[in-house]
Design a protein around this ligand. Structure first.
Ligand code: SF4
Length: 222
């Protein structure tokens, strides 16, 4: 059986190996939650915003502190990596795939960057949660033969004020993140290894499985 991993399924593996195993080995996914359409709408307008600056070979104002960086300008590649399956790499019969938001270049290297929409300005450590996501993107580009900068960036966008004219204004904040492709490699291989094994134990951080067992047990006695 071939497995298709992505940064979000690797995240699931980190959260709970059991949920991850059930998804891939038994096709039992977590119930869908209502996915707010606001972040995907914001991603769409941000891509158009970045494309306008790309045409003029400029950086958007929220990236102005990145001196010497440029927006990746090969649109045919970028379209492929943004849409469909994104960028992928085969590991035996399995694949890892990732869809990127945007890409920068600096000193002949590719620089990983991603947009994040939040309800408020990011906390000091908000960006660390995304270290593995960007490292997996970096791993994918390295495996496809590109040179990848060991520093990547997250651009946080958050609602700021509504002007008197009714115009909704968003604030933005740029955060630098360390790209660790070796860690990404270890994570991907551990996730694939877990899929070869038996059903893992429930995550100690999640009490839902234990609760469900208790409910089942009690219902049996009624
Ligand atoms: S412990 Fe929680 S996260 Fe893990 S399998 Fe059970 S419900 Fe899913």
């Amino acid at each position: 059986m071939a497995y298709y991993l992505s940064p979000s399924t690797i995240n699931l593996f980190k959260e709970c190996e059991r949920c991850f195993w059930l998804k891939f080995r038994k096709g039992i996914s977590r119930p869908d939650t209502i996915f707010p359409s606001l972040p995907s709408g914001i991603d769409r307008v941000l891509k158009t915003h970045f494309d306008k600056f790309r045409k003029n070979e400029e950086l958007p104002p929220e990236l102005e502190s990145l001196k010497g960086f440029r927006l990746f300008n090969k649109m045919d590649y970028l379209r492929k990596w943004r849409d469909g399956y994104g960028i992928s790499y085969k590991l035996g019969e399995n694949s890892v795939r990732g869809k990127i938001d945007e890409l920068l270049t600096h000193d002949g290297q590719l620089v990983m960057i991603d947009f994040k929409t939040k309800g408020s300005a990011p906390h000091e450590n908000s960006h660390t949660y995304y270290l593995d996501q960007l490292s997996i993107y970096g791993w994918l580009f390295e495996k496809n033969g590109f040179f990848v900068k060991k520093k990547g960036y997250l651009v946080f966008y958050y609602p700021d004020i509504v002007k008197e004219t009714g115009e909704f204004k968003f604030g933005s904040e740029l955060k630098e993140i360390q790209i660790d492709t070796k860690r990404a490699d270890r994570l991907i291989n551990s996730a694939l290894k877990a899929l070869e094994g038996d059903l893992p134990n429930p995550s100690p951080k999640c009490s839902f499985c234990e609760w469900r067992e208790r409910v089942n047990h009690q219902l049996k006695d009624t």
